[in-house]
Design a protein around this ligand. Structure first.
Ligand SMILES: Nc1ncnc2c1ncn2[C@@H]1O[C@H](COP(=O)(O)OP(=O)(O)O)[C@@H](O)[C@H]1O
Ligand SMILES: [Mg+2]
Length: 343
């Protein structure tokens, strides 16, 4: 199919010449004498390039260029100016013309015009192809993100189901040790599920918003382990994000420290408090702390329980490139962990 050039000029003789010259070069030429009918022709479609003369009867080509720009018409425009109008040519380029050709009587006018048209069309095609490719990349990325969110959703739901099954087992067990062990397992699984859940509820599918994640985690631990009784957990976390694998390590550590505090810090029960803090430091690090005012515990003391939690905490801290420290204080237990932030 031949490419169609819209030739806008109030000079009918020149337009006839254009039809002949450009026709010989393989173009179909549509002629209009003013911008109104030119815009109508563009609106109809099928125009590959516009040749636009500066001096039209009661307007200039610049007016039409501005209209095209306002309507976001991307068809390349070759601007035709009189021989002495350098500033007009610059104006035309500034207003979106692809190129300009100076009107001369010499032989070079039509070849120059033809090459300007060919260039303009080729550039416009390249631009379109690039935009299409960019759009496809964007769409592909969006699809992948939707898919990833979907996967995280399913993983979270599946883990929640596993946790629910374990809870059933807790309630049907008669042995207190078994109950306690199962309840802790349930809390651990919930911590992992929570990480996946926060991945599909946030804008970024790879980063976990720690303050929100810890919020749900604390609420779940409070529910699963203490059965709505006993110490109250206070959370104070600065907004920050971590990659999902690091987030889950932090989640596991907090779960262990919290279950310990709930289980051991206040053996006589009562209204004790457990404070979880995640504070952003100045040096690209964050300080995680879990603290209670209970009976106290320091490394080296003989565990009342299994010691499994400590092993989990140790290995999770190692994957974070850090270690847990118990800070001595007059009463209760304070565990701290320095965390390198991602960026
Ligand atoms: N906040 C705390 N207050 C008092 N004792 C604690 C505290 N945290 C941990 N402990 C003690 O540390 C021991 C080891 O904990 P952990 O390794 O998590 O094992 P487990 O929870 O199975 O007992 C516990 O048995 C308990 O004696
Ligand atoms: Mg424990």
């Amino acid at each position: 199919m031949p490419q169609t050039i819209l030739y806008v000029d109030d000079d009918f003789a020149l337009a006839r010449l254009a039809t002949r010259h450009l026709g010989r070069a393989g173009y179909e030429v549509v002629h209009t004498a003013d911008s109104v009918s030119a815009m109508a022709a563009i609106d109809k479609g099928g125009i590959d390039a516009v040749v636009l003369d500066h001096y039209l009867k009661s307007e200039t080509g610049l007016d039409m260029l501005r209209q095209m720009k306002a309507l976001e018409v991307t068809i390349p425009v070759i601007y035709v100016t009189g021989s002495s109008d350098a500033t007009i040519a610059i104006d035309a380029l500034k207003n979106g013309a692809a190129d300009y050709v100076i009107k001369t009587v010499g032989d070079e006018f039509w070849p120059l015009m033809e090459s300007a048209i060919a260039q303009g069309i080729a550039t416009a095609e390249l631009k379109r192809a690039k935009e299409k490719a960019d759009q496809e990349i964007r769409r592909g990325k969006e699809r992948a993100e939707v898919l990833l969110a979907e996967v995280n959703h399913r993983v979270a739901n599946s883990l929640a189901l596993v946790a629910a099954l374990i809870r059933l087992q807790v309630s049907s067990s008669k042995n207190e040790d078994v109950k306690a062990a199962l309840a802790e397992t349930q809390a651990r699984i919930s911590a992992i599920a929570g990480m996946h859940r926060s991945l599909y509820t946030s804008d970024d599918v790879r980063q976990v918003e720690m303050d929100k994640y810890l919020g749900t985690l604390v609420a779940e631990v409070q529910g699963t382990v203490s059965d709505q009784q006993g110490p109250c957990i206070m959370l104070d976390a600065d907004p920050m994000s971590l990659a999902s694998d690091r987030a889950v390590s932090v989640g596991m550590i907090v779960t262990e420290l919290l279950t310990n505090a709930l289980k051991y810090a206040y053996p006589t029960g009562g209204e004790g408090e457990v404070r979880v803090q995640l504070r952003r430091q100045d040096d690209g690090q964050a300080l995680l702390s879990v603290e209670d005012d209970g009976v106290g515990w320091k490394e080296g003391d003989v565990p009342k329980g299994t010691g499994l939690g400590s092993r989990i905490v140790k290995s999770m801290a190692a994957t974070l490139g850090s270690a847990i420290h118990y800070v001595p204080k007059p009463s209760g237990t304070r565990a701290e962990l320095l965390l390198q932030l991602d960026s």
